[in-house]
Design a protein around this ligand. Structure first.
Ligand SMILES: [Zn+2]
Length: 67
């Protein structure tokens, strides 16, 4: 378990593909079939996701259910 607590990104940062910038989190939080909505929170240099979604992307399924 990570000991550093990462704050959940604000829903107000959400953006669409056309507005998405290189340093914004590209985790798709909603996709209704016509337009994907991305997280849009600030992502670290060289990363495609904000710290919050990076931990979600990299978490291993076995580690989550191993209680
Ligand atoms: Zn994110």
């Amino acid at each position: 378990m990570p000991e550093i607590e990462i704050p959940e990104p604000s829903p107000r940062d959400t953006t669409t593909l056309f507005k998405l910038r290189p340093r914004q989190c590209r985790y798709v939080i909603s996709d209704d079939g016509t337009e994907a909505v991305f997280c849009g929170a600030t992502a670290p240099e060289g990363s495609s996701w904000c710290p919050w979604h990076k931990q979600l992307v990299y978490v291993k399924p076995q580690a989550r259910s191993g209680r």
